[in-house]
Ligand binder design. Structure first.
Ligand code: ATP
Ligand code: MG
Length: 839
């Protein structure tokens, strides 16, 4: 069945939310932690991902990769990469493609990995977390990305999801995800025809600061504008503290901290802790690190006031994006219903203050600051999944940067261009453009305003529209090109078709009269494709090509097209044209498949290594457990010689585990454990027997006594038993005295025997004896008393076959099967698809 999973891929930590019958739930990882560090560590035998990797940040610094979220889709030469690479403990390299990758030691070899692969590894872990929670395989999911990501970054994350074997139904903008998590639960949103409710969402995380203003009506969310500072985040505040203490400790202790990456990493960890403490505490706080560098302990102090002062330049960057979204959306502060803040860094009191001061109102913290993004992702996944019934909720996102097309235009002798999606245009969205051409042509898509782009290359892609031919009469053909920003916020030329004209009347004007518009382009029509996009993700059906062909519309004015009144009556048909894509930094299908395959191999390797470790740990555990017990619980159950030699063997094994046995194949550990167990097993069994034996004898004794009581009652003519057969009762008496003799005999022999020897009598034999006794005696003594004449009206038919009074509670062994049958009716659990009610 389909999984409904949302993943917040954060710079510092990730969250996974799932939809279940009960609603949306953020799930915990194997450490019972709902946050999983965005960290991957490489070792000689395996990878560690998440918390296990985080713990290696200092001990395995060069091979522990973190802070890679923002390297997606970037060249090694990218100024951002060049800037970041000096502050990393691990190595960034230029891959053959020109992209930035990481270089680590893995499996005792130097290996390069792409950022898609590293994020793929992280996603593998998050996928497992979701699978453990849902107890079923996870494929479908929704993953969040910063709202300012360009196409190259988005496509890179999409590739990462594929490497992890995920089917990403939507890459959703983090702020949109938060808005969805906010809006879908709101019962009191204005009706569709009423004025919408405007809410500002602010997210400051570890690496970036994002703001979105959204309008809400019942069942409807529209992102009006976004603004961001792509480098303002919690880590910038940590950096301020780190720089301060580097200088302070440098002077005080004569240390060059920045020259030693491990010391620097430790200082970063300590400064982050200090920063968090300062959010709750305004007084002076100590900063102490033992054995910091060159065995020197360092100490200093900091307080909130001082911290604020040194973060003044950072805090000044809080306001501009807030101002920007209002300006873009043409809203005044008074038009804002609420300001919802999420993201860890919004917990810094000064950040919160700046936001609330700007809007002149208290900020709201109704959403879970850490989990809102992931929850929104899971909600979006539920909306897109047929497995869940979710309240209707439409989401209209936007195009953050204006997108233009450029093409070579022979008629205009040079390059022509056209902005196809202005800034803040609704998305997802499709438009159809018409070109008049005789041969194949290339469309170059690019971001119109490189200056506002937080990315060094405005190129999006080149699309070569192939197999374009002139009309049969030699004139230009009309080529319809569909461009779209899809559900992931990625631009593409999604289809192209050639309109073939078949004249129906030979006398009509020839097509040549259209020469004027040759090589020109027109935007024919546009249509919001949102529902289509959602439908498509839901059913995986090929995209519907049906589009309304209305020529009327405001865009017509721009079309530079003469009136068509004298046009001939013509029949047309369309032919689909192939498009060749050259997407900026896109990795090829074959390489992606190789990455998918390699990820599978690494998952298998990790699994094998885990099993090997588990086998080793089992030996270690057995050694410690057995050594403890040999001089404790098991002491009496083994003779001195055997105990000594076994103890010695355990000690040898312990030493072996630290020496030759440190690093052996799984089977060696399994064999070693078997060998130890051959020695330990008999001791353990003798102990076990002696634990269970008294109870077994006691049970047999109780049975014997029960029957002896009945024999006595029968002999003394108790009317409860006077219906029993005398010959049968002699049989009972014989069995009882035989069992008693057997028991006394065995008890005597066993009591005389040393506990260090295997017992003469096994618990299971005692149980067998008990069964033999009851099998013989029970049918005789439980024989029902013959029916007594009861006046009709008092007769209760249900009791007729019941146990004879007085015997029901006698507890004389096994009851006949029919009576002991538990007649609980099987519960008819209806198997239906889970339905989630969002309330
Ligand atoms: P991004 O959104 O940039 O991808 P992320 O989602 O991993 O990153 P968050 O988990 O939202 O980031 O926030 C992490 C940041 O919040 C860190 O810098 C962390 O130190 C900071 N932070 C968390 N709690 C507090 C606190 N109480 N006071 C100050 N800062 C805090
Ligand atoms: Mg975040």
């Amino acid at each position: 069945s389909m999984s409904v999973v949302g993943i917040d891929l954060g710079f510092q930590s990730c969250y996974v939310a799932v939809a279940r019958a009960g609603g949306i739930e953020t799930v915990a990882n194997e450490y019972s932690d709902r946050s999983t560090p965005s960290c991957v560590a490489f070792g000689p035998k395996n990878r560690s991902i998440g918390a296990a990797a985080k713990s290696q940040v200092i001990s395995n610094a060069k091979n522990t990769v973190q802070g890679f979220k923002r390297f997606h889709g970037r060249a090694f030469s990218d100024p951002f990469i060049q800037d970041e690479k000096n502050n990393l403990a691990y190595e960034l390299v230029q891959l053959p493609t020109g992209l930035a990758g990481i270089k680590v030691m893995y499996m005792e070899e130097e290996r390069n990995f792409t950022i898609e692969q590293v994020t793929g590894m992280l996603l593998t872990k998050l996928k497992e977390t979701a699978e453990n929670a849902l107890k079923k395989p996870v494929v479908d999911c929704v993953v969040s990305v910063p709202c300012f990501y360009t196409d190259a970054e988005r496509r890179s994350v999409m590739d990462a999801t594929q490497i992890a074997g995920l089917n990403c139904l939507r890459l959703i903008n983090e702020t949109t995800s938060v808005a969805l998590a906010y809006g879908i639960y709101k019962q009191d949103l204005p009706a569709l025809e009423e004025k919408p409710r405007n809410v500002v969402f602010v997210d400051m995380g570890q690496s970036a600061y994002q703001v979105a203003v959204c309008s809400f009506n019942k069942g409807k969310l529209k992102v009006l504008a976004t603004a961001f500072d792509t480098t303002l985040g919690g880590r910038k505040f940590d950096e301020m503290l780190v720089n301060y203490f580097c200088e302070e400790f440098g002077k005080k202790y004569k240390l060059d901290i920045k020259s030693k990456i491990r010391a620097l990493l430790r200082l970063f960890q300590e400064c982050e802790k200090l920063k968090k403490l300062m959010s709750a505490n305004a007084s002076d706080l100590p900063m102490n690190i033992e054995c910091f560098m060159n065995d020197i302990d360092v100490s200093g102090t900091m307080n909130r006031g001082k911290f604020l002062e040194m973060c003044d330049s950072l805090l000044a960057r809080v306001e501009p994006p807030l101002r920007s979204v209002l300006e873009q959306a043409k809203l005044k502060k008074e038009d804002i219903y609420a300001v919802e803040i999420v993201g860890g860094a919004t917990r810094i009191p000064a950040v919160k203050e700046r936001i609330s001061k700007f809007f002149g109102k208290e900020v709201s913290t109704t959403l879970n600051a850490d989990e809102a993004v992931a929850r929104g992702c899971a909600l979006q996944c539920a909306i897109l999944s047929p497995a869940f019934k979710v309240r209707e909720f439409s989401i209209t996102d936007l195009v953050p940067y204006p997108i233009s097309l450029r093409w070579n235009s022979p008629a205009e002798e040079g390059l022509s261009n056209c902005e196809v999606f202005p800034k803040n245009h609704a998305a997802p969205f499709s438009k159809v453009l018409s070109f008049f051409r005789k041969e194949p042509f290339t469309l170059e898509a690019y971001y119109t305003s490189p200056k506002e782009l937080p990315y060094p290359d405005p190129t999006i892609a080149h699309f070569l529209v192939q197999k374009v031919t002139p009309q049969t009469d030699g004139s230009s053909s009309k080529v319809k090109v569909k461009v779209r920003v899809n559900i992931h916020g990625i631009f593409s030329v999604s289809s192209a078709s050639l309109v073939e004209v078949h004249k129906s009347d030979e006398n009509e004007e020839p097509m040549e009269t259209d020469q004027k518009e040759e090589e020109k382009m027109q935007i024919d029509q546009e249509e919001q494709q949102k529902n289509e996009e959602q439908q498509q993700a839901r059913t995986d059906k090929p995209e519907s090509e049906e589009m309304e062909t209305s020529q009327a519309g405001s865009k017509d004015k721009k079309m530079d097209q003469p009136p068509q009144a004298k046009k001939a009556k013509v029949k047309t048909s369309t032919v689909d044209l192939p498009i060749e894509n050259q997407l900026l930094w896109q990795i090829g299908k074959d390489i992606l498949n190789l990455f998918i395959e390699n990820e599978g191999k690494m998952i298998m390797q990790d699994k094998l290594e885990k099993e090997r470790n588990d086998a080793k740990n089992a030996v270690e555990e057995y050694v410690y457990d057995m050594r403890d017990k040999l001089c404790g619980l098991y002491e009496k159950f083994v003779n001195e010689d055997d105990r000594n030699s076994f103890t010695l063997k355990l000690e040898d094994t312990e030493n072996w585990l630290y020496e030759d046995g440190e690093d052996q194949p799984k089977q060696v550990y399994i064999d070693k454990l078997t060998e130890l167990k051959t020695l330990g097993q008999p001791i353990q069994a003798r102990f076990q027997e002696s634990e269970e034996r008294p109870k077994a004898f006691e049970d047999l004794g109780k049975q014997i006594q029960q029957y002896m009581k009945i024999i006595h009652a029968f002999k003394t003519k108790d009317d409860q038993y006077d219906h029993l057969d005398a010959a049968d009762m002699i049989k009972v008496e014989k069995s009882v005295s035989e069992a008693m003799e057997w028991m006394n005999n065995k008890l005597n022999l066993q009591n005389k025997r040393s506990l260090a020897l295997d017992p003469l009598i096994k618990t299971k034999d005692i149980h067998a004896k008990t069964k033999e006794l009851t099998d013989t005696c029970n049918p005789i003594v439980t024989k029902p008393k013959p029916k007594v004449e009861v006046p009709k009206e008092e007769q209760n038919p249900a009791e007729q076959n019941g146990p004879v009074e007085g015997q029901g509670d006698a507890n004389v062994g096994a009851q006949p099967a029919e009576e002991s049958t538990n007649t609980t009716a099987p519960t008819a659990t209806e198997k239906k698809l889970p339905e989630m009610d969002i309330d």
